[in-house]
Design a protein around this ligand. Structure first.
Ligand SMILES: Nc1ncnc2c1ncn2[C@@H]1O[C@H](COP(=O)(O)OP(=O)(O)OP(=O)(O)O)[C@@H](O)[C@H]1O
Ligand SMILES: [Mg+2]
Length: 466
């Protein structure tokens, strides 16, 4: 039976049972319903994945041994859709090998068939409380899961959000451009959640992060035996995004060969798994993003013009933060209060001088940089009012400059320490994000390589594994 989801308040004890045997599903259902759980069922792996993205269950009981798509593959798919969803593996004749594999993929627990009612209930209750805890932390941090709101009051962003409302419900492909950290992914998520597909999956693929040799199997999946090491069938991102939105990030970094394949899926709405010869039909809405100038890519023969036109049906350009400074005060207030909550300092505010300096700064790392600065300040401040003296000098030295020189002298020692702490955290995090690649990091923070090296030495920052 299909369960109606839209408009209904979701219970927080929704359990999905994936098992090919109707009698097993039926008996689990009757046990769990007696205990006050709400149960939905799927009779195979594909259906299970669909239920996960459509119904957002709180936990999954998954049979490991099913014909067609086996439990391990379903587990892998579920983890891609929702990494925090606790999945409990049920197995009748489990081998150590499968158990290890499942554990590595992040299975929450194992139950042996025939199931013990007490054990089943205990494991489920633990899984649900872990889930609730994770969700709460997520909500506090304002990241992932339930996404954060796209903040913007400047005319350019207001107009853009107006357009999002118009475009989101359509099937049109969207291309989002903008510098690093301007909010491309957040905008993509907002488009998905204001679309008719909001109940379905939002699947993000970072095209730059996947090695060339694996990108096809990532995107399209592969059949068992397609190549050495392909021991079972694998679902691709297009499979997972079926009925939902596929977010192709860093699209400017894809090889021409992959571009050709993507174009084909977009045009024909079908694809083949690697090593397969069956056409699989999909219904996905594509939102793509890049910080590169695709027009230049086209001129250089690195980006297909036909793919560009296909993706660029509806373009959005996110201007850098320095071109929409009106958005900064609201972002500052929001982020400071979010991080204040997390770090147990709920009433933080900026002094007017500090706010002015932050508004005038150029923000080469855009909103991401601003968010991180707000977090650092929330961590290091001992007072409720964050004044100019606490703002890193790399920020105050720029902009108008004169303001604040006198103020910061007052608290020199404190301030120095604060700045060092800030810088150490800031650079370590940027380096980490860029896998300790110096050129990439210096690009990301807008510093020369030599300056970055100097900073690292001065602050004693070293690669953690070296
Ligand atoms: N308008 C906004 N309102 C609230 N938060 C925002 C806004 N824009 C960006 N952010 C936040 O800033 C951070 C960076 O945003 P996002 O990851 O969407 O940027 P991006 O353009 O995809 O960056 P990159 O090019 O580096 O991948 C995220 O934490 C995001 O939530
Ligand atoms: Mg991004």
């Amino acid at each position: 039976m299909e369960r109606e989801v839209a408009g209904e308040k979701r219970p927080s004890n929704l359990i999905l049972v994936v098992d090919d045997e109707p009698r097993v599903r039926e008996s689990i259902r009757s046990i769990l319903e007696d205990e006050g759980f709400v149960v939905i069922e799927a009779s195979n792996g594909q259906e299970g994945l669909k239920r996960v993205s459509a119904d957002k269950p709180d936990s999954v009981l998954l049979d490991i041994w099913m014909p067609d798509l086996d439990g391990i593959e379903v587990l892998r798919g579920i983890k891609q859709l929702d990494a925090d969803l606790p999945v409990i593996i049920m197995s009748g004749h489990g081998t150590i090998e499968t158990a290890v594999k499942a554990a590595k993929l992040g299975a929450y627990d194992f139950l042996e068939k025939p199931l013990s009612i007490d054990k089943l209930e205990l494991v489920l209750r633990n899984a649900l409380s872990q889930r609730a805890l994770l969700e709460k932390n997520r909500a506090l941090k304002g990241e992932g899961g339930r996404e954060s709101e796209f903040i913007g009051v400047s005319p350019v962003i207001t107009a853009m959000l107006e357009q999002v409302r118009i475009v989101a419900p359509t099937q049109a492909s969207v291309l989002i451009t903008g510098e690093n950290g301007t909010g491309k992914e957040l905008l993509a998520r907002s488009i998905h959640s204001s679309s008719r597909r909001s109940g379905e999956a939002f699947v993000a693929v970072n095209c730059a992060a996947i090695p060339e040799t694996l990108i096809e199997s990532e995107l399209f999946g592969h059949e068992r035996g397609a190549f050495t090491g392909a021991s079972s069938r694998k679902m691709g991102k297009f499979d997972l995004a079926h009925c939902g939105t596929l977010f192709l990030d860093e699209i400017g970094d894809m090889s021409l060969a992959t571009q050709a394949k993507i174009l084909r899926v977009l045009e024909e709405k079908t694809f083949q798994r690697v090593g397969g010869n069956r056409d699989i039909t999909v219904d996905v809405r594509v939102v793509a993003a890049t910080n590169k100038d695709l027009k230049t890519g086209i001129e250089r023969g690195e980006f297909r013009e036909d793919l560009f036109f296909r993706l660029n049906v509806f373009p959005f350009h996110l201007p850098p933060l320095r071109e929409r400074r009106e958005d900064i005060p609201k972002m500052l207030t929001r982020f400071l209060s979010e991080y204040g909550q997390i770090y147990g300092k709920p009433d933080l505010v900026f002094s007017p001088e500090a706010e002015r300096a932050l508004v005038e700064y150029a923000w080469p790392g855009n909103v991401r940089e601003l968010r991180n600065v707000a977090e650092r300040l929330a961590i290091i401040t001992a007072r409720e009012v964050i004044d100019l003296g606490m703002v890193p000098s790399s920020i105050t030295d720029e902009g108008s400059g004169q303001a604040g020189a006198a103020d910061s002298a007052v608290e020199e020692t404190d301030y120095r320490k604060a700045r060092e702490m800030f810088e150490r955290g800031f650079f370590t995090r940027r380096l980490d994000e860029n896998e300790w690649n110096i050129s990439r990091t210096s690009d990301a923070v807008g510093l020369e390589r030599s300056n970055l090296h100097r900073k690292m030495k001065q602050l004693g920052i070293r690669h953690p594994e070296k």
